[in-house]
Design a protein around this ligand. Structure first.
Ligand SMILES: Nc1ccn([C@@H]2O[C@H](COP(=O)(O)O)[C@@H](O)[C@H]2O)c(=O)n1
Length: 318
């Protein structure tokens, strides 16, 4: 007999902990779905209660963008990342597109390879991002064309994203989108999805345009998947909206995303949710070890929305 278990390769201790979490009651029924894995459900529930008790006024949400707020796949097809949205004839020529795809084929497997450490990956990620940004700058991309490229790209946010963004806005909880993607594209996706509310802040690789609106470089320090700690300390920590909020709900799809909360001064409670989209068997163990809640091949915001509803349904919530 076969069972629909997506984590067959994990140690017995972890498997038993997950089994226990499925067979006992929880205050959040969404956490009992088979796609939800938790190493320590008690810790998750205690953190949720502590955050609920502290109220939404103490909460901030920090989220990655590509393949976290945006979907990994839709109808069996990969959804483009913000970098891949730029692969549009309005913006770049065939040669450049071909080179970018070649680089993706080389470096993406390295990015998600569970047998390599972050230290081993970092120089290669810097190489990838630098080469791609260089190719893009040579294309003299026009700012005015970005909106159309996004519109025609097929990018799509996770099911239930409206509830997530709207609830945060309604409660005035800051949402920091911290992305190693392309900031201008990310912002356009959020804008076209009609959820770019005033509580949304973006840290990313932002394009630098000349007076004629032509791309001439990227502003600020390069952000890749595995240097988000530096970005958090340098760029997120000074943001006044986030400084006095010690409770953090963090969403990511890479182990590197866990560093996005490193800039939070005096953190009190941190709840981390990891979307495990790709190479599931190989990466389940490391994700379950690293994230509090792991969502396996889940293209929805169902669990983050349930968590958010729970945290913000206590005192001083609307
Ligand atoms: N040339 C590139 C470089 C990176 N990517 C992908 O973008 C993701 C980074 O953005 P986050 O919002 O997730 O921080 C990363 O996971 C890379 O796979 C790309 O597609 N092309």
């Amino acid at each position: 007999m076969t069972y629909p278990v997506p984590w067959i390769n994990i140690p017995v201790r972890t498997a038993l902990a997950i089994w226990y979490q499925w067979t006992t009651r929880t205050e959040l029924p969404e956490l009992s779905k088979v796609s939800v894995l938790m190493r320590q459900r008690n810790k998750v529930e205690n953190t949720l209660r502590a955050m609920q008790h502290a109220g939404p006024g103490t909460l901030q949400v920090i989220s990655d963008f590509d393949m976290t707020l945006s979907r990994f796949a839709h109808h069996g097809k990969r959804v483009p990342t913000t970098h891949n949205i730029l692969d549009h004839r309005l913006l770049i020529d065939e040669d450049c597109a071909c080179n970018m795809r070649k680089l993706l084929k080389i470096y993406y497997p390295i990015e998600i390879d569970p047998s390599l450490t972050s230290e081993q990956k970092i120089p290669l990620m810097v190489e990838w991002w630098t080469k791609v940004h260089h190719l893009l700058i040579q294309q003299k991309i026009q700012r005015d064309m970005l909106a159309q490229a996004v519109q025609e790209s097929g990018v799509i946010l996770r099911e239930g994203y409206e509830v997530f963004f709207d609830r945060l806005a309604e409660l005035q909880v800051p949402l920091l989108i911290f992305s190693a993607g392309v900031g201008d594209i990310l912002e356009e996706v959020v804008r076209q999805s009609q959820v770019f509310h005033p509580n949304v802040h973006v840290i990313s690789n932002c394009m630098d345009f000349d007076a004629n609106g032509v791309l001439r470089g990227f502003k600020g320090p390069l952000i890749h998947t595995f240097n988000k700690r530096e970005g958090a300390l340098l760029l997120a920590a000074p943001l006044p909206e986030l400084r006095e909020r010690p409770n953090v709900l963090l969403l990511g799809d890479s182990l590197g995303d866990l560093a996005m909360a490193d800039g939070v001064a005096r953190p009190r409670n941190l709840l981390t949710v990891g979307f495990l989209n790709d190479q599931v068997e190989e990466r389940t163990e490391s994700y379950v070890e690293a994230f509090d809640i792991v969502l396996v091949k889940d293209e929805t915001m169902e669990v983050p929305n349930a968590v958010l509803k729970f945290i913000t349904s206590g005192k001083d919530a609307k």
